[in-house]
Design a binder for this molecule. Structure first.
Ligand SMILES: [Zn+2]
Length: 411
């Protein structure tokens, strides 16, 4: 018989509260045997500060340093990077979950999987390699190559699957058109995306599937928490590995949100004990759904996948706006290319949104403006620009400029 989740949670708490100095400090002042719910949700900057005070690895370590075999770090786009260590056992856990996700997408022995990553210090690249080994598929690293070189390699080796960000999948398609390399993507049957909300946004997914002639899947993971989300092949969006993670969806006051509402995903991985995060605030925004997915899968279903990041959210005229919702509208307009969102304040101090989009012409700009009004209830100034003028990205896109702070400081 498998252990219940309560047992697993109890075992995790007992282990890390006994051996891990960082976690022990978190429960100082609580009962001798606190429950998980008594712990304050943990933010990344608490781990970062601990690491700065106790360099180079901090005190969130359950075992002696020589037990750890893997070092990765977060991207540090919103603050200093965090170093995260894994033991061989924890790394095997990553491998197992990643392999399961690949299995769900249909990757199997005989597949050749092109990895359009730079292979830096982020966990994603190395976990993908591990997962592919476990599955028995061939990994084709495409680090250090231009997009055209990547396309040629995909064609020459006959890659059957591609892993990248959704932004980059669309970029690769664009380069294929520009370089007359459309044929290069023909062998690709699956595009497995992560790193951005895109692959769970219906219009983005449709565009990837049409452009690349392949099925598009989403999955999700974090260096700090592990690979927690795998795609629902029946209903879209993601499932959370419920046997492996305690999953909560909390509002800004850290109370559970109501069904149908958006909240921050807070995770406790139950079996990654070397660098444990208990009630970790992922910063990922998801919708709490009570329904089973259309296929009746057991694990918790996040119908829209990751719909945004808490630090992406912008309040415009009292409304919560996520760049991913704007992206969904842009991708719904035929002929729309790259885009850039600028939040600014007008002379009266009113918040405004400017959306520069590569569009064929004025009618499409009006269509997009109308879509935005209907779907988001948002008045947006759409500025059509010529194809190719906005910056392209190889990984996660940076498409948002918030000028409101500077506008205010000038006022
Ligand atoms: Zn499902």
């Amino acid at each position: 018989m498998t252990a219940t989740r309560e047992d697993s949670t109890g075992e995790l708490l007992e282990l890390v509260l006994e051996r891990n100095p960082f976690q022990r400090a978190r429960v100082a002042g609580l009962d001798a045997r606190p429950s998980l719910a008594e712990l304050q949700p943990l933010q990344k900057d608490e781990l970062v500060r601990d690491q700065q005070r106790n360099p180079p690895f901090g005190t969130n370590l359950t075992y002696p340093l020589e037990s750890y075999t893997q070092l990765h770090q977060t991207s540090g786009t919103t603050g200093p990077p965090l170093r995260v260590l894994d033991t061989a056992e924890d790394w095997a856990w990553w491998r197992r979950l990643f392999a399961d996700t690949l299995d769900v997408t249909g990757v199997s022995p005989g597949d050749r999987v092109a990895l359009a990553f730079s292979f830096g210090p982020h966990v994603q690249f190395w976990a993908a390699i591990e997962g592919l080994k476990e599955v028995g598929a061939m990994a084709i690293p495409l680090g250090g190559m231009t997009s055209a070189q990547r396309l040629r390699t995909i064609a020459e080796v006959g890659a059957t699957a591609l892993m990248c960000t959704p932004t980059y999948a669309l970029r690769l398609f664009e380069v294929a058109m520009e370089e007359r390399l459309e044929h290069a993507l023909e062998p690709v049957e699956r595009v497995i995306c992560t790193g951005e909300p895109g692959a769970s946004l219906p219009a983005v997914r449709l565009r990837i599937e049409e452009g690349l002639g392949a099925r598009c899947y989403d999955h999700a993971g974090l260096t700090e928490a592990g690979p927690f989300g795998y795609p629902c092949t029946a209903g879209g969006g993601l499932h959370v590995y419920d046997d492996e993670f305690v999953c909560e969806i909390l509002d800004a006051d850290l109370r559970p949100v109501e069904p149908g509402e958006r909240g921050e995903l807070v995770l406790t991985p139950l079996r990654r004990t070397g660098f444990p995060v208990l009630r970790y605030r992922t910063g990922d925004v998801v919708v709490r759904a009570e329904d089973r997915c259309p296929a009746g899968h057991d694990d918790r279903w996040l119908p829209g996948g990751i719909v945004g990041r808490t630090d992406d959210m912008v309040v415009i005229r009292g409304m919560n706006v996520y760049p991913s919702s704007i992206e969904e509208a842009v991708r719904g307009v035929r002929g729309a290319g790259e885009f850039r969102i600028t939040f600014y304040s007008d002379r009266r101090g009113m918040d405004e949104v400017k959306l520069e989009v590569e569009l064929p012409g004025g009618p499409e700009a009006r269509e997009l403006q109308e879509l935005m009004r209907q779907q988001l209830g948002l008045r947006v100034r759409v500025v059509p620009v010529a194809h190719g003028v906005l910056p392209r990205s190889e990984g996660k896109a940076r498409r948002v400029v918030d000028e409101r702070a500077t506008t205010w400081s000038r006022a």
